[in-house]
Write a protein that binds this ligand. Structure first.
Ligand code: PLP
Length: 398
């Protein structure tokens, strides 16, 4: 049997994978720490981490141990039974989110599924029955399933799949637009603390505090999609914790199990009483394998201080980008280890390609933004190496 190489697999991919996927150019075979290798043995420094997923990098011993030990013990049971890792993870999430005793956790298998659960939570906030509006933000991203897509504020992603689930309105990300839109018919406001897929775009100063005050005033749920911002990436366990507010619910996925699929909805306070038995569920959601891996990842992040460290590492990246002094850099956005570079010209795809050629993985979520989301374990030396290659890639694309 011949080995799969970079030249041997593209046609097979094109012939067999659903056309919904843009065909990739590189086939990866293995990883360790912040590095991955393709099928030809070429090494890449991974500053995307599966888009904010591989929190502990690749093949971390704590993850490998959790997967193998749990798989050999108990991988799946139905929801007719509880398991120790599931309960431990729910309690851990209540603690690290600050939801505390009044918090509750629902487990699914992905970010989109967590947001589907959040959508149903919003529907349960009925008031006298007229509370049917849901507010979300323009240019937001919440996933590809129909509920998550209805929340997503990118018309191009929605158009082919209309009609959408009714009730969602997308507003400008300004306090004025929110004030104008909100009333007592709003069941929930759903938003990302930093819009990741939009190119790591920050909300305006004071927006989250205003969102909290206005939703509270009108009896609407404030639901934060922390799927990309959560799990320590921004320098707090969850981004909202850096803004002095408490939401009614958050959704989590991506980095929580370091690459093992899992999603969660965590409710705070009165929102924890909205679901009743039988109203939602999932065959795989909260299975012992996924929850065991999440416990291992969160435990490792906690004991090694990676949440606090994300701030300093983010500062090193930001200072380094400024020191490159490229005329292509317009602004640097995001918090901690979720970094967006806004470009003065639409050369993000060219920078991305030039970086890949030089063995660096970043991402161009649009023509004029570069997104950087390395594993939380990234070292200072790796950051410095990244900055050297980024400078070369920007020069090549200029
Ligand atoms: N919400 C946000 C903010 C995301 O960034 C993503 C994925 O990129 C999702 C939801 C969807 O998550 P998933 O792809 O796991 O369904």
């Amino acid at each position: 049997m011949s080995m799969t190489t970079q030249t041997g697999w593209n046609d097979r991919f094109g012939a067999s994978l659903m056309r919904s996927l843009t065909p990739p150019k590189i086939m990866l075979e293995r990883g360790r720490g912040c590095r991955v290798w393709d099928v030809d043995g070429k090494e890449y420094l991974d500053f995307l981490a599966g888009i904010a997923v591989n929190s502990l990098g690749h093949a971390h011993p704590a993850v490998v141990e959790a997967v193998t030990d749990q798989a050999s013990k108990l991988m799946h049971v139905s929801n007719y039974f509880a398991t120790p890792p599931q309960l431990e993870l729910a309690e851990r999430l209540k603690r690290i989110t600050g939801a505390g005793d009044a918090g509750r956790v629902y487990f699914g298998n992905s970010g989109a599924e967590a947001n589907e659960a959040a959508f149903k939570l919003a529907r349960l906030n009925k008031g006298d029955g007229s509370r049917t509006r849901i507010l979300a933000l323009q240019n937001s991203f919440h996933g590809r399933t129909m509920g998550a897509l209805a929340l997503t504020g990118k018309p191009a992603l929605r158009e082919d799949f209309e009609p959408m689930i009714p009730g969602v309105e997308h507003i400008d990300s300004t306090i004025e637009a929110l004030e104008a839109a909100i009333d007592d018919q709003v069941a929930a406001l759903v938003l990302e603390p930093i819009k990741g897929e939009a190119g790591v775009v920050d909300l305006p100063e004071g927006f989250l505090a205003a969102a909290r005050a206005l939703t509270e005033q009108h009896g609407a749920l404030l639901i934060l999609d922390e799927i990309q911002t959560g799990v320590g990436r921004t320098g707090s366990w969850f981004a909202f914790q850096g803004h002095g507010i408490t939401p009614d619910a958050i959704t989590i996925a991506k980095g929580i199990a370091g690459g093992f699929p899992i999603g969660a909805l965590v409710t705070f306070g009165w929102a924890s009483d909205l679901f009743s038995a039988g109203q939602h569920g999932s065959t795989f959601g909260g299975n012992p394998l996924a929850t065991r891996v999440a416990n291992a990842v969160l435990g490792e992040i906690e004991t090694t201080g990676l949440v606090e460290a994300a701030r300093g590492k983010g500062e090193r990246i930001r200072a380094g980008i400024a020191a490159i002094g490229s005329p292509l850099v317009d602004e640097v956005r995001g918090e901690g280890l979720l970094v967006g570079i806004g470009l003065t010209r639409p050369v993000a795809p060219a920078i991305n390609t030039a970086a890949l050629e030089r063995g660096l993985i970043v991402n161009a979520p649009n023509e004029s933004s570069i997104r950087i989301a390395p594993p939380l374990i990234v070292s200072d030396a790796e950051i410095d190496e990244f900055l050297v290659i980024l400078a070369q890639a920007m020069e090549a694309a200029a």
